[in-house]
Design a protein around this ligand. Structure first.
Ligand code: SAH
Ligand code: SF4
Length: 353
């Protein structure tokens, strides 16, 4: 019999399953609390009888994220993990320390299908979706390893969250649940390259999380060159969905804009962007594009970033130049895993048969 992923189940689902197994109802809550406090085996659940622990282990498994690599930045306290799961698939997770606490950037897929040309994850292809429990496990392993409590979550690691929508919704429900980690939706941010139908769905569900949209270009001609998703949903369609999201939820949308020298960073493009964002409750984050091995993109200068930012502000669009954390540890999405895979491949290719 195939084991069931118990940490991806809601409390109500565990209660229902336990009822069918004729287990007392309070056991479900006990187990749920253990799972969300980070128990990695049923053996750890010391207030359950040995018999019950064995019974559970026969039916269910608990997802665990194992540290394969850990890098700590010399400049700030940013920590980057490469975690592996039971099937040896690896993802990246980054923990950053801010004044108000610890923030974690988790992955939602192993790889990504979206193929953005500037992105290390996009270049590495797609292996599989993560389960909700594997998203939780990244937070739990990081907390355990660092001995800290994480207070903010961004779904901005490897993968496109809205391309794994059902598991992401489940993760949001679990991580914010009172008996779980209880991290409020207002402390969670979901980043997307622009899967428009799911943006409408999120708005209609009135999820209180922040929506972060990777825009990176003010028009279709430019955006389609780097982001294939734009051929399905163009800039106008995407911004219409964003306006619907901010109108419906009254939440400010965060637009990510990676500045690539000579490509999307001119004064004219700043004015074009400001014009298109008019009327949307928004904030633009300007980030110098991160060099990804094998790509020809060059970062815009600090001067260009600030000039671009000033034009947006002048036209009434709030914007900031984001400081880059952990730049010495390849903190940008997908870079560590790519290097790890290359290292493993080169080790394998030098092994005698
Ligand atoms: N798939 C989602 C979330 C993961 S990517 C998305 O695209 O939004 C996380 C963020 O990193 C996105 O804003 C993405 O555009 C950005 N990103 C990817 N590669 C980058 C690079 N080389 N330099 C700067 N930002 C990059
Ligand atoms: Fe996927 Fe986001 Fe990278 Fe694009 S930027 S390839 S959507 S992870």
């Amino acid at each position: 019999m195939e084991l069931r992923d118990i940490k991806s189940m809601t409390l109500a689902e565990i209660q229902q399953a336990f009822a069918q197994e004729k287990l007392p109802k309070f056991r479900a809550l006990q187990v749920y609390r253990w799972l969300h406090r980070g128990a990695e085996s049923f053996g750890e659940m010391s207030d359950l009888s040995k018999e019950l622990r064995e019974q559970l282990a026969d039916k269910y498994y608990i997802s665990v994220a194992t540290v394969e690599k850990k890098l700590v930045s010399n400049y700030d306290n940013t920590v980057k993990y490469l975690f592996s799961f039971a099937d040896s698939c690896c993802v990246e997770t980054v923990v950053m320390e801010y004044k108000h606490g610890f923030s974690i950037c988790i992955s939602t897929q192993v790889g990504c299908r979206m193929g953005c040309t500037f992105c290390a994850t996009g270049k590495s292809g797609f292996d599989r979706n993560l389960t909700a429990s594997e998203m939780l496990a990244q937070i739990q392993s990081a907390q355990k390893d660092l001995g800290v409590k994480i207070s903010n979550i961004v779904l901005m690691g490897m993968g496109e969250p809205l391309d794994n929508y059902q598991q992401v919704l489940r993760f949001l429900e679990l991580v914010s649940s009172e008996e779980g980690m209880h991290i409020g939706m207002r402390h969670i941010s979901v980043s997307t390259c622009g899967i428009v139908d799911k943006i409408y769905d999120m708005a209609d569900r009135r999820l209180q999380c922040t929506l972060s949209v990777s825009l990176h270009a003010p028009n279709d001609a430019l955006r389609s060159q780097t982001m294939p998703v734009n051929k399905k949903w163009g800039v106008a369609q995407l911004l219409k969905a964003c306006k619907y999201y901010s109108d419906t939820t009254k939440r400010r949308i965060s637009f990510e804009y990676a500045m690539i020298s000579g490509f999307n960073d001119s004064d004219e493009q700043a004015r074009e962007l400001a014009g298109k964002l008019k009327g949307i409750l928004s904030h633009v984050n300007l980030i110098p594009v991160n060099d990804v091995t094998g790509s020809s993109y060059k970062k815009s200068s600090a001067q260009r970033l600030h000039a671009f930012c000033a034009i947006l502000e002048k036209h009434g669009v709030t914007a900031t130049v984001r400081r880059t954390l952990g730049s010495d540890i390849q903190a940008s999405c997908g870079q560590l895993r790519r290097r790890y895979k290359e290292e493993v491949n080169s080790i394998e290719s030098t092994q005698p048969n």
